[in-house]
Design a protein around this ligand. Sequence first.
Ligand SMILES: *[C@@H]1O[C@H](CO)[C@@H](O)[C@H](O)[C@H]1NC(C)=O
Length: 246
Amino acid sequence: MAPYQHLDDPYDYESSPTPRKPIFTACRAFSVVFAVAVFAVIIFQAQIWTLLQKIHFGQCGGAITHNVLFHDRKDLGDAGAVGDQAWKALMPPPTADSREGVITVQINETYTLPYEASYTHALHCLDAMRNMFFHEPASVLQANIKKREHMGHCLSYVAQHVLCSADDTIERVKPPRDSAGNYLPEEGDGQSARQELHTCRDRSKTEQILHELTHAEPRSLKYPEVRREVDRLDEYYEECPGCFYN
Ligand SMILES: *[C@@H]1O[C@H](CO)[C@@H](O)[C@H](O)[C@H]1NC(C)=O
């Protein structure tokens, strides 16, 4: 008969409806995490695969590197035909439309735009300076203000290129010793090749991409848009080959 529970009535826990369970049991939480992980794998499959490949190829901290022994490459120092050939071999061949390493994009009937990779620009500059040294009389530089400006630009560009990589490999000399092990005064003019291993970027992939793009029909190419603050050819091409073609 009593519609209200009396204050002194002890609450009957035994017969009360099902006791409250916590909403997040360990099992439910695990199921949610598992489902999210499965969806993430499905949605980001491509990116995860690329990431795993990068980890596998040791590319996570940047490009692949290898160690290269610097030595006195006489061919690159040669003033004649041997040197011409060696320098030519460093870059993709020039095309009808542009110099070595430059990719020409035909925007419309009358308009083309070039782009290139920084290192081929630096090599072009060194090659131009080499030509000036070995193949042009000194008077040309004095007389031709355009050439002087180009040489000035090239010096500035190559200096920045060298500072950018700031290769801090320690270069030691190996002074000759006599039979008692005493150092002998070093002979020569200090040009002795310092044979040290340097850690260098592996250019094989870049060269492959440059070869492909410089040989492509300018009409089939697209001018690559700015994507990041720093856009590197290898990385960009790997992630979006379609960004380079119409
Ligand atoms: C070609 O493109 C350039 C640059 O966008 C533009 O100035 C020019 O008018 C275009 N020419 C034709 C024929 O569409």
